[in-house]
Structure formats: structure tokens, C-alpha cells
Design a protein around this ligand. Structure first.
Ligand code: FES
Length: 196
């Protein structure tokens, strides 16, 4: 070990220099960290409402859009399908939509603003698989039901208003997202009625 006298002025200078370099480093690290916390335009867009032109959707047809990373179905239902919604209520777990699976303005057994246009998040309320649209019904599994949605993961079934059948794993009806109409043919998914 050296016995040379310690130059206290030089030591203070070195300590100060280290502190300054350390400070710069902390700032340099903090900037990208803070940047990563501010929502990017892409992230904001991912949560934004989505416009859907419903003018070309034919009776019985289902189209899919993505809203907040989730599949959203838009289906045009015919008069016969709407009539069936009342007839099959004895088969359903929550036919009157008592559970809060839809905005307050989604009422009646058709669970939609315009009766003919059904909008729902296409994810099963059991464990989140995406059910399959069965426009020709469930066959022998549920006789007399004209059309609906079948979840291939564990066999849950939903009617044409996304209402869950009794005795299946899914506990709730499909979620109806907030939405509104910008005009007769333009739907805005992700915005509450009156907000758009
Ligand atoms: S995830 Fe649909 S029945 Fe289980």
C-alpha cells in the first residue's frame, strides 16, 4: 500500500465526477423507461372505437371486427330468427339478461339496439375460446333451434342473441360491447349510445 499523502482536493474532484457521471447515467436510463410507459399511438388506436358498415351484411351473415384486441361479431338476423328468440327461452339459463353482460340500454330478448343487428364479443364466457357460428342450427344436439353459436372447447351453446343454454359449462350470456349508430348503416363499436 502506498504511504503517499492523500490529496483530499483530488479525491473530492473524483467523487464529484463519479456522482455527475452516475447522474447522467440515471437520466439516460430513466428516459427510455418513462417513454415505455407513455401509451403509443398504436396502443391508443387499439383501444379506439371501430366503425362497421352494416349495409352489405346479408340476412344470416356474420362479420368479424377486432375491438380492443377482441373479436366482435356483427350478425344480421331475419324475422324468423327473431321470433325463435322468444320460443326457446325455457332452454336458456338467463333469458332475460339479468346478469350484467351488456350495457344498460341493451334490453329485450334480442339484446341489441336494432332488433335485426346483433353485436357481441365473440369469446365464450367459460374460458374464453371463440365459439363457432352455426347458421343452420345445432342438429340433434338441440333440436328445434334454428341457429346459434357453439364453443368447441367444452361444448357451451349460445342462441342467436348470445344467451347461454342451460347445462353447459359457460356461466353467462355472451358480452355485448358498448356501441352506437352513427347513421342507419354505420355502427361504432366501443362508444356508448349518445357519446359518438
Ligand atoms: S371455453 Fe367455451 S365451453 Fe369452455
Amino acid at each position: 500500500m502506498s504511504n503517499a499523502p492523500v490529496n483530499s482536493g483530488r479525491r473530492r474532484f473524483l467523487t464529484l465526477s463519479t456522482a455527475v457521471v452516475g447522474g447522467v447515467g440515471a437520466v439516460a436510463v430513466a428516459v427510455p423507461f418513462l417513454k415505455s410507459w407513455s401509451p403509443s399511438a398504436k396502443a391508443k388506436a387499439a383501444g379506439a372505437p371501430v366503425e362497421v358498415d352494416i349495409s352489405k351484411i346479408e340476412e344470416g351473415q356474420l362479420i368479424r371486427v377486432i375491438w380492443q384486441g377482441k373479436p366482435v361479431w356483427v350478425v344480421r338476423r331475419g324475422a324468423e330468427t327473431l321470433n325463435k328468440l322468444t320460443e326457446i327461452e325455457a332452454l336458456l339459463r338467463d333469458p332475460g339478461s339479468q346478469e350484467p353482460q351488456q350495457p344498460a340500454y341493451i334490453k329485450d330478448n334480442h339484446r341489441s339496439i336494432k332488433p335485426e343487428i346483433f353485436v357481441a364479443v365473440g369469446l365464450c364466457t367459460h374460458l374464453g375460446c371463440s365459439p363457432t357460428y352455426l347458421p343452420d342450427g345445432f342438429g340433434d344436439q338441440v333440436e328445434g333451434v334454428e341457429a346459434g353459436f357453439f364453443c368447441p372447447c367444452h361444448g357451451s351453446k349460445f342462441d342467436m342473441a348470445g344467451r347461454v343454454f342451460k347445462s353447459v359449462p359457460a356461466p353467462y350470456n355472451l358480452v355485448v360491447p358498448p356501441y352506437t349508430y352513427l347513421d342507419d348503416n354505420l355502427l361504432l363499436v366501443g362508444a356508448d349510445e349518445g357519446v359518438a
